[in-house]
Design a protein around this ligand. Structure first.
Ligand code: HEC
Length: 90
């Protein structure tokens, strides 16, 4: 997921500014158990965050990623699950 800075335009509406960070989630069998504290385990998902250059870690606390995605067990810990993986077979 790309995170952009918000720039206020003339009329006060928020407009997309520069790319600020890149948040990444990935999963494979065993990944979650290998790196996650048990109480923050979100299945096999692991998390990373980078600055806009894609190379430099952003300094974000990965435990916070887990804590915010943790309540979403019913949709595989993905906030926009229904948009990414349409279950109605459209
Ligand atoms: C304050 C709560 C919160 C924290 C902390 C958080 N997320 Fe999320 N995350 C969300 C929400 C809400 C969305 C959906 C945002 C949207 O699409 O508008 C989301 C979406 C995502 C997505 C897109 C897939 C999806 O779930 O829809 C990725 C990838 C992601 N986050 C990774 C991370 C990473 C990596 C971190 C830590 C560096 C992190 N998140 C921290 C709340 C959070």
């Amino acid at each position: 997921m790309e995170i952009y800075k918000g720039d206020a335009a003339n009329d006060g509406k928020l407009e997309k500014g520069e790319l600020a960070k890149i948040f990444v989630m990935g999963k494979n069998p065993g990944w979650g158990a290998a790196v996650s504290p048990a109480e923050l385990r979100t299945g096999d998902w692991i998390y990373s965050a980078y600055k806009a250059d894609g190379q430099t870690p952003s300094g974000d606390d990965i435990a916070q990623c887990r804590a915010c995605h943790l309540p979403l067990a019913k949709q595989d810990f993905v906030h926009r699950y229904d948009e990414y993986f349409d279950r109605r077979g459209k």
